[in-house]
Design a protein around this ligand. Structure first.
Ligand code: GLY
Length: 311
């Protein structure tokens, strides 16, 4: 058994492994690990404490995929619920659908008995207000929700350093079943309703017991356009090693044109329980823990250069 996560998953990886060791499934482990990251107020890219959209609203995205059945559940732009990964799991288990967004996702969370919670912390509100003060004249700032050209201000307020964050977890349990989960507050200062790759199966998340799994952090628009998580798994299905599969998927990202290209990171697991991770950022790390290990390790990701551009 093994749990693999993005570096910020360190706060949940021991709990995920504890769940596996006590007989829980890969799905249970992924949910348990991600919930601890979602509750971590120090992580401003996931769950409670996540940085808000341009209107100051925290909108969360999450997905979970069961590699045994290829069932999946996802929520996008959900507001006021601190554990979108658990809502996504309920979508997978209770509905004939895969993805709920916005008001529908909020409504479903309430129906499933999740407790609403204020997600915007004082710190996040402060950073948001400072950013608006830096970029916008007072008359625009004070009536931001009424602006009919909000799109222009999103472009100004968007910061490539903030187009990232997100947590990824992949677990393989004692039966060999694989599950992948992703949770995020998305880009800080995004346009309301924007979804990244995290709730999009095939883009930010993909798992298949027979071949392996992958999940992404970084600039979700790139992973959506390239179908990154599914690509990694498909390359493994085609017989590539996990290292080759990850590098090929990163090379695919390098073919993207357009105005906005930034950081991208992938974690992956092959069907035999071997982890790997990739990034176009030199210092990037990931974490993993096998059933034999007493503590998780924080390991460097394989660097794959891709071009970046902003504006
Ligand atoms: N990768 C997370 C996002 O772009 O929202």
């Amino acid at each position: 058994m093994i749990v693999v996560a993005s570096a910020n998953g360190g706060v949940g990886i021991r709990e995920a492994m504890r769940v596996l060791k006590s007989g829980g499934s890969a799905i249970d482990a992924v949910e348990a690990g991600i919930r601890l990251v979602e509750s971590n107020p120090d992580d401003d890219s996931v769950g409670y404490g996540g940085l808000p959209n341009i209107l100051g609203e925290v909108e969360l995205d999450a997905s979970i995929m069961d590699g045994k059945t290829l069932a999946a559940g996802c929520v996008g732009a959900i507001k006021g619920y601190g554990h979108p990964i658990s809502v996504a799991r309920k979508v997978m288990e209770r509905l004939p659908h895969v993805l709920l967004v916005g008001a529908g996702a909020n409504r479903f969370a309430a129906e499933m008995g999740f407790a609403p919670r204020e997600l915007l912390t004082d710190y996040a509100r402060d950073v948001w207000l400072k950013r608006l003060e830096h970029d916008m004249p007072a008359d625009v700032r004070q009536n931001l929700a009424e602006q009919n050209d909000l799109w222009k201000w999103v472009e100004l307020a968007t910061d490539p350093e903030r187009a990232g964050g997100t947590v990824n977890f992949i677990a393989q349990d004692g039966q060999g079943n694989i599950c992948t989960g992703v949770s995020t507050s998305g880009w800080a200062w995004k346009y309301p309703g924007r979804l990244g790759d995290s709730p999009i199966i095939g883009a930010g998340n993909y798992a298949h017991n027979r071949y392996g799994a992958a999940a992404c952090t970084g600039m979700g628009e790139m992973a959506i356009r390239s179908g990154t998580a599914r690509s990694v798994v498909l390359y493994m299905k085609m017989g590539k090693s996990i290292e080759e599969a990850g590098r090929l998927a990163m090379d695919d990202l390098d073919e993207l044109g357009g105005k906005y290209l930034s950081r991208m990171n992938i974690i992956a697991l092959d069907k035999d329980g071997r982890p790997a991770a990739f990034s176009n950022y030199q210092e990037a790390k990931f974490t993993y823990m096998t059933g034999e290990m007493q503590e998780p390790v924080l390991a460097p990701r394989q660097f794959v250069a891709t071009h970046s551009r902003w504006g």
